[in-house]
Design a protein around this ligand. Structure first.
Ligand code: B12
Length: 223
C-alpha cells in the first residue's frame, strides 16, 4: 500500500494498525518505512501504529473472532514492522559509552517476545548493552549469562499468568547462587503488576519500554 505524503501521519498510523490486524507482513514493513519517511518518531509508530493492532488482535482472539493462525500472522506482521522501526530507534540512539549491561529474556515456557524486544531496543537506544537471550529462557541460562556478562541488570518478561511464577524461581536461584546482590532485577509483561513484582522480590517493574528504561536508570542511580 502506498499512501504518499498526503496521507499524513494519522493515515499511516491507522494503516499500520490495520496491516497488523490483517497479518500483512510485507505491507507492515513498507508502511513502517513510509512512517519513517514521513518523519514519524519510530517509537510513536510502534506505540500508536503497531501496538493498537496487536492489542486488537488479542481482543479478537479472546472473543473467538480470531484463532491461532490469525494471531500468528499478526504477530509475524508486527515483528516485521518492528524490525524496521527498531533499527531506526537504535540508529538514533547513536554510539556512546555503554552505561551498563542488561541481560534480557522471556522466561521458560513463554514464547512471547514482541514486548521484550521493544524494551531491548529502547534500552539499547539509551546507551545500555543488551544481551537478549530470546524466549523460553531457563533459569540456568539467565544465571550463566548474568555471571558471564558481568551484567548489572537482569530483565525478565512474561505474558502468561502460568509463566509469571518462573520469574520468582529465577530470583530464588540468583539468591541460591550468591548472585542476587550483584544484579538488579526488573520484570514486566502484560499480566505483571508492580505489586506482583514486589511480592516476588524484584527490584523494579516496567509498564512499557519507556518506563523500563526509566526504572533501570533509577535503580543504577543514573536518573
Ligand atoms: C502476539 C501474541 C502471541 C504470539 C506471540 C508472538 C511473539 N513472537 O511474541 C503467539 C501467536 C506466538 C502467541 C501464542 C500464545 N498466546 Co499469545 N498473545 C499475543 C498477544 C495478542 C499480543 C502480545 C504482545 O505482543 N503485545 C504487545 C506488546 C508490545 O506488549 P507486551 O508484551 O505487554 O510488552 C509491553 C509491556 O508489557 C512491557 N514489557 C514486556 N516485557 C517486559 C520486560 C521488562 C523487563 C520490562 C521493564 C517491561 C516489559 O513493555 C512492552 C512494551 O510496551 C496477547 C494479547 C495481549 N493482550 O497481551 C496474547 C496473549 C498473551 N496470548 C495468550 C495465549 C493464551 C497464548 C497461547 C497459549 C495460545 C495457544 N492456545 O497456543 C500461546 C502461548 C505460547 C507460549 N507458550 O508462550 C493469552 C494469555 C492469557 C492467559 N490468561 O493465558 C493472551 C493475553 C491473548 C488472550 N487475550 O487470550 N501469542
Amino acid at each position: 500500500m502506498q499512501l504518499g505524503t498526503t496521507g499524513g501521519e494519522s493515515a499511516v498510523l491507522r494503516a499500520l494498525t490495520e496491516s497488523v490486524i490483517g497479518g500483512e507482513a510485507e505491507q507492515t514493513m513498507s508502511l513502517a518505512r513510509q512512517a519513517l519517511e514521513l518523519g514519524l518518531e519510530p517509537m510513536r509508530a510502534i506505540d500508536e501504529g503497531l501496538i493498537p493492532g496487536i492489542m486488537e488482535v488479542g481482543r479478537r482472539f479472546e472473543s473467538h473472532e480470531f484463532f491461532l493462525p490469525e494471531l500468528i500472522m499478526a504477530a509475524e506482521a508486527m515483528k516485521k514492522g518492528m524490525a524496521v522501526l527498531e533499527e531506526a530507534i537504535v540508529a538514533r540512539g547513536g554510539k556512546r559509552e555503554a552505561l551498563a549491561t542488561v541481560v534480557l529474556g522471556t522466561v521458560k515456557g513463554d514464547i512471547h517476545d514482541i514486548g521484550k524486544s521493544i524494551v531491548g531496543a529502547m534500552l539499547t537506544a539509551h546507551g545500555f548493552v543488551v544481551v537478549d537471550l530470546g524466549v523460553d529462557v531457563p533459569a540456568e541460562r539467565f544465571l550463566t549469562e548474568v555471571e558471564k556478562q558481568g551484567a548489572q541488570v537482569l530483565g525478565m518478561s512474561a505474558l502468561l499468568p502460568t509463566t509469571m511464577p518462573y520469574m520468582q524461581h529465577v530470583i530464588e536461584e540468583l539468591t541460591r547462587r550468591g548472585l542476587r546482590d550483584r544484579v538488579k532485577v526488573v520484570v514486566g509483561g502484560a499480566p505483571v503488576t508492580p505489586a506482583y513484582a514486589e511480592r516476588i522480590g524484584a527490584d523494579g517493574y516496567g509498564d512499557d519500554a519507556i518506563s523500563g528504561v526509566r526504572v533501570v536508570r533509577s535503580l543504577l542511580g543514573l536518573a
